[in-house]
Design a protein around this ligand. Structure first.
Ligand code: CA
Length: 264
């Protein structure tokens, strides 16, 4: 997205809400998240691996990202922020590998990571690995801004499955990329301008496999507060079966109050 003169001097703030639920089938919640309005960092990680290792992996990822980005200077440039976000997720990858080596029962653990960093100067960067998702609602249009790193997404890209068939596929959660499973990980990044009225959703696949995308979009269109949207999405995922852990974060971009910058 190209910055416009109108957006270049935008000063924005944000309001957010986050929630995570174990669902109706699983006994443990292997999702982890961060919603740090002060830092402008919002992240979902969905862990996998036996012996509670998924929980370890997703928490390690959130911690590595939070630590890696907590020292960002206030006036950091978009390019530097994007590099730091990518580095933080690569650090998370290594931390999970190291942990797995020292605890053989956790070998093979991994996690998704979808991390959104917002700047009061009116831009965002997104770092992404796996099949958690980010959506952006802007000017009445809602778009997914992450690509699923899954086997079924490859079939969709080849025209062999529709999105809806992929969602209902028995192997829908088979990942082609995750943190903690390979020595080097390829992190997708994306960036763009922010404007008041923008709304982001970050979610684990517990939400996006339980609800059709059309329903998620419908809920996001509602003129409701982030907290209400998060509660509604998690409730509907559970009503649809709650087969997996569900995590959702909604972030609304608003005009910065006069004389102040930053979120919260
Ligand atoms: Ca999941």
């Amino acid at each position: 997205m190209r910055p416009t003169a109108e957006h270049t001097d935008a000063r924005v703030a944000w309001r957010s809400a986050a929630g995570s639920d174990v669902g109706r089938v699983r006994t443990q919640n292997e999702d982890a998240y961060c919603a740090d309005e002060g830092l402008g960092l919002f992240m979902v990680a969905d862990g996998m691996g036996g012996h509670a290792a998924g929980e370890v992996a997703s928490r390690l990822a959130v911690r590595a990202a939070t630590e890696g980005l907590s020292t960002l200077a206030e006036g950091v440039s978009l390019d530097e922020a994007r590099a730091r976000l990518r580095d933080a997720l690569c650090d998370a990858n290594r931390a999970i590998l190291v942990e797995g080596r020292s605890h053989p029962e956790q070998a093979g653990m991994g996690t998704t990571a979808t991390a959104l960093l917002l700047s009061p100067r009116g831009w965002y960067v997104l770092g992404h690995v796996g099949d958690s998702r980010a959506y952006l609602a802007r000017d009445g249009e809602i778009r997914r801004i992450t690509e699923d790193h899954t086997y079924v997404q490859e079939l969709v890209d080849e025209g062999r499955l529709t999105e809806e068939q992929a969602r209902l596929h028995p192997r829908s959660s088979l990942l082609t990329r995750a943190l903690g499973t390979m020595a080097e990980v390829d992190v997708d990044t994306r960036q763009g301008r922010l404007a008041p009225g923008d709304r982001f959703l970050l979610a684990s696949d517990g939400l996006t496999t339980m609800l059709p995308e059309s329903r998620i979009v419908e809920v996001l269109r509602g003129r409701r507060e982030p907290q209400e949207l998060v509660e509604r999405l998690i409730r509907e995922a559970n009503e649809a079966g709650g087969a997996d852990n569900t995590t959702a974060i909604v972030v609304d971009v608003v005009e910065a109050p006069d004389g102040r910058e930053g979120g919260g």
